[in-house]
Design a protein around this ligand. Structure first.
Ligand SMILES: [Mg+2]
Length: 280
């Protein structure tokens, strides 16, 4: 069994973390894939890192809000984390599953786009899966993700897939974006993880908030926390989780970094051990 990496912050990071940990209400937001789980060959193969489920359960007793934020659907995020009591923000902020119910709330402005997404998928499915064996189309309601990780030469396939999806999606007015060996299809709405967490920070009156993430879409949340901190709405700490596939500028957008997803359990353990509620 792997030995958990202990978190040992520099003095300045430690001081900042303690300032935010003392604030209430306090929120803990975390991306899932590549942050609470190691990068896996397919979404289905991903599992939480050892200790994480237990740490999140402990966090529910310490933090006023614990949220898993994902590009997965809210239902899928809930199934993967497997814990009640968390807020599950899915589809990069387009929907959520609240802590106390099992109803998915799709943002009303996103709902009408589900038809357009289905239309594009119907037109690209046969040509793309025929041309690129191993390509997986994940239908997620208000968004869709085309996974290239299982394709023989994913980097080479990406340009062709991106072009094909863009050509088909542009007629419907949908947005196409690229991520880590994925091409994503989404409504043309200015809603991202940052917009979503800002809504919850304000609605719950959070005074402090942590956000952990490893990917391009998490940078929107990092920037939101920075702005909310500058505006005095709350004190935020953006934590970049680095790995070989993380965007090059991820660290520069964050307040602090962790060297890998494997370092996240040790970081969460440190937060729990250093909250005033836990120590006093
Ligand atoms: Mg991620």
């Amino acid at each position: 069994m792997a030995i958990e990496e202990a978190f040992s912050p520099s003095d300045s990071v430690r001081d900042r973390l303690r300032v935010v940990l003392a604030l209430r209400p306090l929120g803990l937001f975390s991306d899932i894939d590549g942050t609470l789980s190691a990068i896996a060959p397919t979404p289905d193969a991903a599992t939480l890192l050892p200790g994480v489920a237990d740490l999140l359960k402990q966090a529910l007793a310490t933090f006023d809000l614990v949220a898993a934020v994902s590009g997965r659907t809210a239902i899928d995020a809930r199934a993967m984390v497997g814990l009640p009591g968390l807020l599950y923000i899915g589809n990069h902020g387009l929907e959520h599953l609240s802590e106390d119910d099992m109803t998915v709330h799709v943002r009303p402005e996103a709902e009408p786009w589900i038809r357009a997404i289905n239309h594009v998928l119907a037109s690209i499915q046969a040509p793309l899966t025929g041309r690129f064996p191993g390509l997986v189309i994940e239908r997620k309601g208000v968004t869709a993700t085309i996974h290239l990780r299982g394709v023989e030469h994913p980097k080479e396939a990406e340009d062709a897939v991106y072009k094909a999806v863009t050509d088909s999606a542009s007629a419907g007015g949908l947005h196409v974006t690229r991520g880590k060996m994925v091409v994503e299809l989404r409504p043309p709405l200015e809603i991202d993880k940052g917009v979503s967490i800002e809504g919850f920070v304000r609605a719950r009156g959070l005074r402090g908030a942590f956000y952990l993430g490893d990917d391009q879409t998490d940078i929107d949340a990092f920037r939101t926390l920075r702005r909310l901190t500058a505006d005095g709405v709350c004190q935020g700490v953006a934590v970049a989780v680095l790995h070989s596939e993380a965007p090059a500028h991820l660290a520069a957008e964050a307040d602090m970094t962790l060297p890998s997803a494997e370092a996240v359990p040790g970081f969460l353990r440190w937060l729990l051990a250093n909250t005033p509620a836990a120590t006093g």
